[in-house]
Ligand binder design. Structure first.
Ligand code: AMP
Ligand code: ZN
Length: 463
């Protein structure tokens, strides 16, 4: 059973086969660490985690690389304005390096809480400056660059199919714009290297063949993905906003130097929206995972919420939606807990589940299969084993959950003590009638070598 994935480059669903053997090279654009991630960003990382787990479920090993953008991402995606890191540094009164460290750790904490597997390789832009300079040199030698007073730019007019990934109408864009292009020759040209402003000391700057400065935002991904995965690897992912600027630029850099389109598959997660508006990290008031936790939600309820929509449609966040996801997750966990020890896997359900996840990650349907299994009349042990296998991909920690310790009401404890007394006095029929009374109230008593144990027949409520 092969995997079918939607490739934004060709705009088609394609059969997935690794380029080489059974190892899949996966590069996912990581966070810009000048602030916390919001739950929209996290939707993209959950989508990528589901992709990785589905690949692993299919028997592939995944070499997953994620970058950390800790320099070069300017306030406007169009190479103007302040560096986001330096701006964050001013806001918090800490150095840009401290800011990067702090928010990288916060990001890793969010991944853990959502049970998102950490990449095999993390790479920071600031730790790969020589690689980025080497790639810019290569692009320069092939004749794709020009110099302005503030940096070295990529001349996108030199690539006949520049912007193909985003199906950009270059002439239309150029004609319709009123944006001040500065010294850029074409609207879509972008910075490879920016010079430090002459009147200002930047915290993050490096020497280069062109002068002191820092790399543009796009070059880090082409340079680091090539370093760890080679010039043409299996899958490259990001959020849908990358379809029109960041990823066409990564591809342009790769075409110029390596002669490839960098990745065989380009995949994009669609946005989470709040009240139908895009949730922007730069807008200041955004929802962090911690806000959900503060309101009493398990972070995995948010993961469950995301599983209910396919990754290729926008998803509206609402508290009602999160609430119903939290309840469904609790219900499922309670069922799994009540099934006891796992037995054999049901192959029929296993095939149905795999069909859905292999169909371009159709998790809403995979969840429907999961519920169908949970409500089926199969033996409990079979249900348990099968659902725990699904959970390798769903990542909901269904098997780890335990109810909190039961609190036995005082009245029931008193009855149990009376029964013990009757037994000691060998008043068996009275002891039995107390046991019956307890049973009618929903409590069973089990006589163990350590003494009687009281258990509720109902499972306690989940807190
Ligand atoms: P950033 O930290 O801004 O570079 O973004 C990190 C990732 O989150 C990128 O892959 C973005 O495409 C993605 N992203 C940004 N906003 C949203 C959103 N509202 N919903 C889903 N993904 C998003
Ligand atoms: Zn990137």
């Amino acid at each position: 059973m092969t995997m079918h994935l939607f490739d934004t480059y060709t705009r088609t669903i394609r059969n997935f086969e690794p380029l080489q053997g059974s190892e899949v090279g996966l590069y996912t654009c990581g966070p810009t660490v000048y602030d916390y991630a919001h739950i929209g960003n996290l939707r993209t990382y959950i989508f990528e985690d589901l992709l990785r787990r589905t690949l692993e479920f299919n028997g592939y090993s995944v070499k997953h690389v994620m970058n950390v953008t800790d320099v070069g991402h300017l306030v406007s995606d169009a190479d103007t304005g302040e560096d986001k890191m330096e701006k964050g540094s001013r806001r918090m009164g800490k150095s840009a390096w401290e800011i990067a460290d702090f928010y990288t750790q916060a990001f890793i904490g969010d991944l853990k809480r959502l049970n998102i597997k950490e990449p095999v390789i993390w790479c920071k832009a600031t730790e790969h400056i020589p690689e980025q300079i080497a790639l810019i040199r290569c692009i320069e030698e092939k004749g794709y660059t020009y110099r302005t007073s503030d940096g070295i730019y990529f001349d996108t007019s030199k690539l006949p199919d520049y912007g193909y990934l985003g199906r950009l109408d270059i002439d239309g864009l150029q004609a319709g714009t009123r944006i001040d292009m500065g010294e850029k020759l074409h609207l879509t040209d972008f910075a490879l290297w920016k010079f430090s402003p002459p009147d200002q000391q930047r915290q993050m700057e490096w020497g280069s063949p062109w002068g002191k400065g820092f790399p543009g935002w796009h070059i880090e991904c082409s340079a680091m993905s090539e370093k760890y995965l080679g010039p043409y690897f299996d899958i490259h992912c990001g959020g849908e906003d990358h379809i029109t600027v960041h990823h066409p630029n990564e591809i342009a850099q790769a075409q110029a130097c390596f002669g490839t389109r960098l990745a065989n598959f380009w995949m994009h997660g669609y946005f989470l929206q709040l009240d139908d508006a895009r949730m922007a990290k730069s807008s200041g008031d955004f929802l962090r995972l911690q806000v959900l936790v503060d309101r009493g939600y398990d972070p995995l309820a948010y993961r469950f919420f995301d599983l209910s929509a396919i990754y290729r449609v926008k998803l509206n966040f609402s508290w009602e939606g999160l609430d119903s996801a939290a309840k469904s997750l609790d219900r499922l966990r309670l069922m799994v807990y009540s099934w006891g020890e796992p037995g054999n896997i049901d192959e029929n359900f296993a095939i149905q589940f795999k069909e859905q996840i292999n169909d371009d990650l159709n998790f809403p349907k995979a969840l429907a299969v999961t519920w169908e299994l949970a409500r089926s009349s199969l033996p409990d042990g079979v249900k348990k084993a099968t659902i725990l296998m699904f959970d390798q991909v769903l990542g909901l920690k269904l098997g780890e959950w335990q109810p909190i310790e039961e609190i036995i009401p005082a009245g029931i404890q008193e009855l149990a003590a009376n029964r013990q007394q009757m037994r000691r006095e060998k008043r068996w029929s009275e002891a039995d009638s107390i046991r019956q009374k307890m049973s009618d109230a929903g409590y069973e008593i089990e006589d163990t070598p350590q003494g009687p144990k009281i258990k509720s027949r109902k499972l306690p409520a989940i807190t």
